[in-house]
Design a protein around this ligand. Sequence first.
Ligand SMILES: [Zn+2]
Ligand SMILES: [Zn+2]
Length: 155
Amino acid sequence: MAIDLTEPAMKGSCQCGQVKYVINGKPLGLGFCYCSECQKMSTGIGSYGMVVPRAAFNKLCGSLKTWERLADSGNRNVCHFCPDCGVRIYHENPEVDYIRLKAGTLDNARDLIPHAIAYLKRKPKWVPMAEGILGFDGMPDIEKVIKSLNQRSEV
Ligand SMILES: [Zn+2]
Ligand SMILES: [Zn+2]
């Protein structure tokens, strides 16, 4: 079963615990990405991006540093991370009203099931294809995917 996106408060932290946060409000969707940037960032197979309205993300304690790069789309990608342990907490394009939470930092990350998977062309060969989850060869238009999720849940 997918995570209950109506859960009123999801808590998370960086690895060392300097940064703690709570998500108050409903996330708009959850993606997983196998691109090489996510693999380097996570030192693993890829990373989660939970699309969360900017106002729903509330830092409880700690300070974040930023590093910025241009995404393949040409959009700014500002990466917020703990300066002590280096763990990414969220990514954002400052021009839109949502952030992309690095959802592996949630305390209940074990329960996460993504709605969509990006960069299947970079999926490690030993990782099986997920069934019943929207898949894309590259990076889809996040806003279009969120719209299609909303249409499905209204039916
Ligand atoms: Zn930390
Ligand atoms: Zn990626």
